[in-house]
Design a protein around this ligand. Structure first.
Ligand SMILES: C[S@@+](CC[C@H](N)C(=O)[O-])C[C@H]1O[C@@H](n2cnc3c(N)ncnc32)[C@H](O)[C@@H]1O
Ligand SMILES: [Zn+2]
Length: 279
C-alpha cells in the first residue's frame, strides 16, 4: 500500500491503515470504498473548477482505450518507464504516482508487471471505480490533484501525467532528487481532421514549451522530448467517443456536423516529455 497523507485542511499527517480505514494522528479517518479505492476528497473539491471528467467522457475514454488504438503509445511509453526505473532489485520500495490516472488502462499496462508501488489519483469517481476494478492490488485514490497532493514528501521516483494534471510545486515536493516525470499532452494536430470538420478549427497551439519552461523554473530539466503519431480509420461510434472524451460540451451545430460523418481517417498525436528533478 502506498503511503498517503491526510487531506483535511491544515493537517497533512501521514495516514496509517487501521482495518478498512486510513487514519491520521489527528483522528481524521477515511473509509475504503467497497470498490477498493480511497476517497480522500474534501467538500470543497466538488466545487473545483476542474471537477474531473464527466461519466460520459470517462466511459468514452474507457471504450477508446479498450479498442487498442493507443497500444503503440503505451509501447512507446514503456521504453521510458523502463529507462526511468531501470533494473532495481528493490522495486517494492520504488513509488510511482499517476495524476489524472482516469480509468486506469495506462497505469495497469505500464506498471502491473513490475513490483513497484503504484498509486493512481483522479477526481472522477466513475474513473477511479473502473481503475480499481481492473487492478485491485494497486492504490487508487479519489482526490483533487490541484490541491495539496495526498502523498508523502520526497518519496516518489516516477510521476506520470498522461493528458492529466501537472501540479508543478506538488510534484517537486513529492519526487526524490533525480526522480522523473513523464508527461503526455495532445499534439497540435491531434484529431485535426475531426476538429476541422466538427469545430471548424485548425491546428492547436503547441503546449509543450510552456510546460518545459514552468518545470525548468521549478528545478526540473528536460531529458527527452518526443512525438507519437498514428493515423486510424474511425467509424461513427469511435468518432463520437474521440470527441466526447476530449471536449466537454458540444454546441448543437457541432453535434449535427459530427453525426453527419460516418467514417474518417484521423490523426492521433501526442507530445511526450521526460523531465528530471535536478534541484
Ligand atoms: C484526459 S483524461 C486522461 C486520463 C488518463 N490519464 C488517460 O490518459 O486515459 C484527464 C483525467 O484527469 C482527471 N482530472 C481532471 N481534473 C482533476 C483534478 N483536479 N484532480 C485529479 N484528476 C483530475 C479527469 O477526471 C480525467 O480522468
Ligand atoms: Zn488529518
Amino acid at each position: 500500500m502506498f503511503d498517503l497523507r491526510c487531506t483535511v485542511r491544515n493537517c497533512g499527517q501521514v495516514l496509517r491503515l487501521a482495518d478498512t480505514c486510513l487514519r491520521c494522528d489527528n483522528g481524521h479517518s477515511f473509509d475504503r470504498a467497497k470498490q477498493g479505492y480511497w476517497n480522500l476528497t474534501q467538500p470543497q473539491d466538488s466545487k473545483s473548477s476542474t471537477p474531473g471528467d464527466s461519466d460520459a467522457a470517462v466511459e468514452a475514454r474507457h471504450r477508446w482505450l479498450q479498442s487498442g488504438r493507443m497500444n503503440g503509445f503505451t509501447e512507446f511509453l514503456q521504453t521510458w518507464v523502463d529507462d526511468c526505473l531501470g533494473v532495481s532489485g528493490d522495486e517494492e520500495n520504488v513509488r510511482v504516482i499517476d495524476l489524472g490516472c482516469g480509468e486506469g488502462t495506462f497505469g495497469k499496462a505500464l506498471f502491473h508487471d513490475r513490483s513497484v508501488t503504484y498509486c493512481g489519483i483522479d477526481l472522477s469517481k466513475r474513473a477511479i471505480k473502473l481503475a480499481a476494478r481492473s487492478w485491485p492490488q494497486a492504490t487508487w485514490v479519489l482526490a483533487n490533484a490541484d490541491r495539496r497532493l495526498p502523498i508523502v514528501d520526497v518519496g516518489v521516483s516516477l510521476a506520470v501525467s498522461l493528458f492529466g494534471r501537472r501540479p508543478c510545486e506538488g510534484l517537486h515536493r513529492v519526487l526524490v532528487s533525480g526522480g522523473h516525470c513523464i508527461f503526455a499532452v495532445p499534439a497540435a494536430d491531434d484529431l485535426i481532421e475531426l476538429r476541422e470538420q466538427v469545430q471548424l478549427e485548425g491546428r492547436q497551439r503547441n503546449r509543450s514549451s510552456a510546460i518545459i519552461d514552468e518545470f525548468a523554473k521549478a528545478g526540473f530539466e528536460l531529458v527527452e522530448h518526443s512525438n507519437w503519431r498514428t493515423n486510424v480509420l474511425l467509424d461513427a461510434d469511435s468518432i463520437s467517443d474521440a470527441m466526447a472524451m476530449t471536449y466537454r460540451a458540444f454546441r448543437f451545430s457541432q453535434q449535427q456536423r459530427m453525426e453527419a460523418i460516418s467514417s474518417a481517417n484521423v490523426t492521433l498525436a501526442a507530445e511526450l516529455l521526460l523531465m528530471k528533478k535536478t534541484a
